[in-house]
Design a protein. Structure first.
Length: 334
C-alpha cells in the first residue's frame, strides 16, 4: 500500500485529490495521513469528503476515515462497475475541486458525473468555467474527450450549483507547449445571481475587464454576461486567451463590499500577467501535471512553478514510474 504524508509541500487538499484519481486509474491502494495539516482547519472539509466518497463509489473502494475533519484515510480501489455517478455537496464547497479527483480516472473510462450543490466560483479553487474553457480544451490536445454542462450556478455561502461532467475513454497523447503563438481570440464569461441584476453586476465586471484588455491587445475581447437564479447573491468572472498553441486563463470572485469594477479589473490584470509570462498560466500548469505524467514525453512552459505543482509531482511519483524535470519555468516528464 502506498504511504503518503499529507503534510508534504503545500500540504493542501491537492495531495488527496491527486492520490484519489491516480489510485483509481492505477488500481493501487494508498493510505494518507496528516491531511491538510497546515490549514487553519485541518482534515477533510465538505468538498474533500464528497470527493473521497464519490471516488469510492466510482470504483467500489474499501475505505476508512471518510468523515468530516478526518486527517487520515485508507483507500483500496476495486473494479469500476457503474459509469454514472451523482454527487451532493451540502455546502458551498468547490465543484472544481471535487471534479479534479474524478477527471483522472475519466481518461480511461466513459463517465457521466452529476454534481448538485457546491459553488462554481470560490476562493483558491478553479471555477467550473476554467475547467470548461481552459483545462478541457488543453486536454483535448492530448486526445482527451470530455465536457461540462453548467446547469445552475452556486455561490458562497449557500452553494446550489448543478453541473454535469461527461467523458469518453481516451488514449492520451503527449502535450508540448513551449510558446504561445499568435492570439486567436480573447473571451470570457461574467456571471452573477439574479438578485444582482438591477445593479448590473455582471455587465460592470465584464465592461471593466474589456476596457483594460482592449487597451492592452489589438484583439477585441468578447465577454458574455449571464445571470442565474442562485440560492444566494454572488458573482464571478472567468477570462481566457486562445492562442495558436495554448489557452491562458484567469478569474476573479465577487465579494461583499468589493466593487464589480474591481472584480473585472483583477481578472483582466491577472490575464495580462499570465499571458506575458508564459504560454501556460500557473494554475493550469498544476492541473495538467497528472495528465502529462500519464501521457509521458510532455513539456510545458509555465508562468510560474507553484508549490501546488511541486507537491503534485511528488504525489504522482508515488503512483507512476515517471521522471519530472524542472528547469526555470519549464516542466517536462518522461
Amino acid at each position: 500500500m502506498i504511504q503518503i504524508d499529507g503534510s508534504i509541500g503545500e500540504a493542501g487538499g491537492q495531495v488527496l485529490r491527486t492520490a484519489l484519481g491516480l489510485s483509481i486509474y492505477t488500481n493501487k491502494p494508498f493510505k494518507i495521513i496528516n491531511i491538510r495539516k497546515n490549514r487553519p482547519e485541518p482534515g477533510l472539509k465538505e468538498q474533500h469528503l464528497q470527493a473521497v466518497n464519490a471516488a469510492a463509489s466510482l470504483c467500489n473502494a474499501e475505505i476508512s476515515g471518510n468523515e468530516l475533519h478526518s486527517t487520515e484515510i485508507e483507500f483500496i480501489p476495486k473494479e469500476i462497475t457503474s459509469k454514472n455517478i451523482s454527487i451532493k455537496i451540502s455546502t458551498a464547497g468547490s465543484v472544481g475541486l471535487v471534479l479534479q479527483a474524478l477527471m483522472i480516472p475519466a481518461i480511461n473510462n466513459s463517465l457521466n458525473i452529476t454534481i448538485n450543490g457546491g459553488a462554481d466560483f470560490g476562493k483558491w479553487a478553479p471555477p467550473t468555467y476554467h475547467i470548461k474553457n481552459v483545462l478541457l480544451p488543453l486536454l483535448e490536445k492530448m486526445n482527451c474527450s470530455a465536457g461540462i454542462n453548467i446547469r445552475k450556478h452556486g455561490f458562497y455561502p449557500k452553494g446550489g450549483s448543478s453541473v454535469e461532467f461527461f467523458s469518453k475513454t481516451s488514449k492520451l497523447r503527449p502535450l508540448n507547449i513551449l510558446e504561445k503563438g499568435n492570439i486567436i481570440s480573447i473571451e470570457g464569461i461574467s456571471v452573477a445571481s439574479s438578485s444582482l441584476k438591477n445593479s448590473k453586476v455582471a455587465e460592470r465586471q465584464a465592461n471593466s475587464a474589456k476596457n483594460i484588455l482592449s487597451n492592452k491587445f489589438t484583439v477585441i475581447p468578447k465577454i458574455d454576461v449571464a445571470y442565474d437564479n442562485a440560492l444566494c447573491p454572488g458573482s464571478g468572472i472567468q477570462l481566457w486567451i486562445k492562442t495558436e498553441n495554448s489557452i491562458i486563463g484567469s478569474n476573479a470572485l465577487g465579494e461583499i463590499g468589493k466593487k464589480s469594477e474591481i472584480v473585472g479589473e483583477e481578472a483582466a490584470n491577472s490575464l495580462i500577467f499570465e499571458y506575458e509570462n508564459g504560454p501556460v498560466d500557473q494554475h493550469t500548469a498544476d492541473q495538467l501535471i497528472p495528465y502529462m505524467a500519464l501521457a509521458r514525453n510532455s513539456s510545458i512552459l509555465a508562468n510560474k512553478i507553484t508549490e501546488h505543482t511541486k507537491t503534485n509531482i511528488e504525489v504522482i511519483k508515488k503512483f507512476l514510474d515517471v521522471k519530472f524535470k524542472i528547469e526555470g519555468n519549464l516542466i517536462s516528464c518522461k
